[in-house]
Ligand binder design. Structure first.
Ligand code: PMP
Ligand code: GLN
Length: 378
């Protein structure tokens, strides 16, 4: 067959996890926790199964979960989404991103992504028949460059994908940056796909500036999140999309023929578990402790720490250690030092090299200690 995605191979996350297993390395590559979730969440799902919540839920998702999500967004960000018409439950953020793209974008449209970006965005744009326009974030700081974004917007621009807190750099967009985006898009009909899967991993007292806080952005946005990140259950693949009713209606037209709906007992269990805000409100402190522990350990290595305002990723500059390209360095580090990492170049269209690699610190302290002992020898 003729490939729909001729440029695409196996993702860097799969590749590095396989290498980590093969080399018995400490896997700080692919982003996932190596610890369990709250047993109360498992109990809630098991209970839902025992109670017989095992047949198809509504196509849009279990009502109680949509209501819990709408309530959480209203409480945290002050935007009242209608649970019936504006919230949809998805099979993780990945399906939400692809479905939103297929629903909103036509062949011939242009979609702006900000490089470096998560690896599913550009294939999703291409599967929708549209063209990705890659606009670099400012090298070094990874902050949005609004002059460049503005210059990239043209008559065919249909949508822009944004991601704060940002994978891989950990940058968190400020209120001023969100207002700047709102102002920039005001005279246009450009839609926004806002990937907010790390919304609860923001440190040092910073606030997550969801697009839903800004009426001019909320009115044109699909807001994507994922319980996998928030509740340490990346394997469950349950996510959410919040969007105005007209956008949600188009989203659901695609969603119903993409997955139709998402497994019932996890939705029922998550709806019950969400009644207590403590688990997600406690997440910044939980992960900030891990971030600080990992950063403190890396101070005595020759890896130079970059800022980490959010996400569970810590990026480092490797230039004092090696002149190898990032991909080769990550392979060497996994094979010879026994720690897997992700090359930042994998998040750029042209494999742009700046000597930066990403570690995931969503790990037990013993795992971080083992990795640090190895990295401190560099
Ligand atoms: N977006 C970003 C920025 C991510 O880091 C991830 C997870 N790795 C996803 C989307 C996908 O989330 P999910 O596992 O819920 O599909
Ligand atoms: N989002 C995860 C990361 O950035 C990986 C998810 C995946 O393996 N596709 O590491």
């Amino acid at each position: 067959i003729t490939s729909r995605l001729p440029q695409v191979g196996t993702t860097i996350f799969t590749t590095m996890s396989a290498l980590a297993v093969q080399c018995r390395a400490v896997n700080l590559g692919q982003g996932f926790p190596d610890f369990g979730c709250d047993p109360r969440l498992v109990d809630a799902v098991a209970e839902a199964m025992r109670q017989g919540h095992n047949q198809y839920p509504p196509m849009t998702g279990v009502a109680a979960l949509r209501e819990a999500v709408a309530g959480k967004i209203a409480a945290l960000y002050g935007h009242g989404y209608d649970a019936q018409a504006e919230i949809t439950i998805t099979a993780g953020a990945t399906q939400a991103l692809l479905t939103a793209m297929l629903a909103a974008v036509q062949p011939g449209d242009e979609v702006i992504v900000l490089d470096p970006c998560y690896d599913s965005y550009v294939p999703a744009i291409e599967l929708a028949g549209a063209t990705a326009v890659r606009v670099p974030l400012t090298p070094g700081s990874f902050r949005p460059d609004f002059d460049r974004i503005g210059a990239a917007i043209g008559p065919r621009t249909r949508l822009i994908v944004i991601n704060s807190p940002h994978n891989p750099s950990g940058t968190v967009w400020s209120e001023a940056e969100m207002l700047r985006l709102q102002e920039l898009l005001a005279p246009t009909n450009v839609l926004v796909l806002s990937d907010e899967v790390y919304e609860h991993m923001v440190y040092d007292g910073l606030a997550h500036c969801s697009v839903s806080r800004y009426p001019g952005l909320a009115a044109r946005s699909f807001v994507v999140s994922s319980f996998g990140k928030t509740f340490h259950v990346t394997g469950w693949k349950v996510g959410t999309v919040a969007a105005p009713a007209a956008l949600t209606a188009e989203f659901r037209k695609v969603h119903q023929f993409n997955v139709f709906t998402v497994n019932t007992p996890m939705q029922v269990g998550l709806a019950r578990y969400l009644q207590d805000p403590a688990p997600y409100l406690g997440l910044p402190a939980f992960y900030q402790t891990k971030r600080d522990f990992f950063r403190a350990g890396l101070q005595s290595s020759r890896l130079r720490l970059l800022d980490c305002q959010g996400t569970y990723f810590q990026s480092v500059d490797i230039s004092a250690v090696t002149t190898l390209p990032e991909v080769d360095f990550c392979e060497w580090l996994t094979r010879e030092i026994g720690v897997a990492a992700i090359p930042t170049s994998a998040f750029y269209g042209d494999g742009f090299e700046q000597g930066i690699v990403r570690f995931c610190f969503a790990k037990q302290e013993a795992t971080l200690v083992q990795a640090l002992e190895r990295l401190q020898k560099l």
